[in-house]
Design a protein around this ligand. Structure first.
Ligand code: PLP
Length: 398
């Protein structure tokens, strides 16, 4: 191990765990908007919304936002979620999934997730149900669609709103339809680590036209205009609109979404073929409709006699950057204040402690995947190959 940890590893290029694919197309699209004189929300944003709606199908309307977080917050507000209400949120997700609930004055009520898909299930959501529950927010973790039929059935039986957090699931499919086509509010993110990017940005797909009009107000200062152009502000609204520069970038990316997702799936399958099975290694599973936003594994660092920080360091020495998606949300200080504690959600907690996100983005080569697999097989497979303890703490969130 001492030999394999030598300085030779530091000479390699660092393979990031994610990287957006930005070509001349995107640069030209952005340049054209900059030259047009109209930079904020305008024709490009309208075109991006239309293109997304056409792609998703099912007759949904799409509204673009300046982030996935804004889209989720607006969806909750438009569903009249507020003080006194509870919203069921998986304990394994990015913290925004819970923070947006708190922001409305409601409380996130956490539920555990399935240990393999990392998704909320109807059975686990049922355990979190209380008389105050108003909504369920399933997350399609890493692009793998949650089992929506059972969740919608549960919601229907208890009169709950469903708001899908599809921040990681643009281009994913559930059964025969695109994620976003359910008709209920479905929120996407276009942060640079997502399958397509607008730099920062998000979108909300829904069928209800009245709710869409309300969302337009919430998105922009509460402002509404009548047919004569008279302005009124009838309720609170924020500043959540997507600028045209970002939308133009999104339009160029959207045309490539299918190609990006095909490549992601190829790379994921290559990982699954080349990573050597080990009781210390938990692998994600392929699933119909999966868009492979991330390739997240679990490593039993304790059984390996190591720590995640040391393991990240050993990977970095081999020219590989891994991410952490995510620590369990209920164990963050903010949520412990509401009484959550270790032991509440064992699956989410184990994932939170053992998770690593391997590099996965369309610009990667097969050789990149092979390099990561060689490193992991070496670090996990050889009992003598225990990484040295942390030289510097690793971990990249986002
Ligand atoms: C599951 C989930 N929800 C919400 C968000 C927030 O999206 P954004 O970063 O666009 O605000 C993210 C972003 O990573 C996410 O992964």
């Amino acid at each position: 191990m001492a030999e394999s940890m030598s300085n030779r590893h530091f000479t390699m290029d660092l393979l990031p765990f994610t990287k957006p694919t930005i070509t001349q197309d995107e640069q030209n699209a952005v340049r054209a908007v900059l030259a047009s004189g109209w930079l904020a929300s305008g024709p490009q944003t309208a075109a991006f919304e239309q293109a997304l709606a056409e792609r998703i199908g099912g007759g949904v309307r799409v509204l673009a936002f300046n982030s996935g977080t804004s889209a989720l917050e607006a969806a909750l507000l438009a569903a009249d979620i507020g003080p006194g209400d509870e919203v069921i949120v998986p304990a394994m997700s990015f913290t925004a999934s819970a923070n947006v609930v708190l922001r409305t004055g409601a409380r996130p009520r956490f539920a555990d997730v399935d240990p393999v898909s990392r998704n909320l299930t109807a059975e686990l959501a049922l355990r979190a149900l209380s008389p105050r529950t108003r909504a369920i927010m399933p997350v399609h973790f890493a692009g793998r669609p949650a089992a929506l039929d059972a969740l919608y059935e549960l919601a229907c039986a208890h009169g709950l709103t469903v708001i899908e957090d599809a921040a990681q699931a643009i281009g994913s499919r559930y059964l025969d339809r695109e994620i976003g086509a359910s008709g209920n509010p479905v929120c996407f993110s276009f942060h640079p680590n997502k399958n397509i990017t607008t730099i920062e940005g998000g979108a909300l797909a829904l069928a209800d036209q009245q709710m869409a009009r309300r969302l337009q107000r919430i998105r922009f200062h509460g402002i509404e205009k009548d047919a004569e152009g008279n302005v009124n502000v009838s309720e609170w609204g924020g500043k959540m609109n997507m600028p045209d520069v970002n939308a133009a970038l999104g339009l160029a990316q959207l045309r490539k979404l299918d190609a990006f997702n095909v490549r992601r799936a190829q790379l994921a399958r290559r990982y699954l073929a080349l990573l050597r099975p080990s009781p210390l290694l938990g692998l994600p599973k392929d699933a119909p409709g999966h868009s492979w936003h991330m390739f997240c594994i679990c490593v039993d660092f304790a059984a390996l006699g190591s720590t995640r920080a040391a393991f990240l360091c050993a990977l970095r020495e081999r020219g590989i950057a891994a991410g952490i998606h995510y620590p369990a949300i209920h164990l963050f200080g903010l949520y412990r204040r509401f009484g959550y504690a270790p032991g509440d959600f064992p699956n989410a907690e184990r994932i939170g402690e053992q998770t690593l996100t391997l590099p996965l983005f369309p610009g990667m080569t097969d050789a990149d995947v092979e390099r990561v697999c060689v490193a992991l097989n070496e670090l996990i497979g050889d009992p003598a190959a225990k990484p040295a303890l942390a030289i510097q703490p690793g971990g990249v969130y986002g």
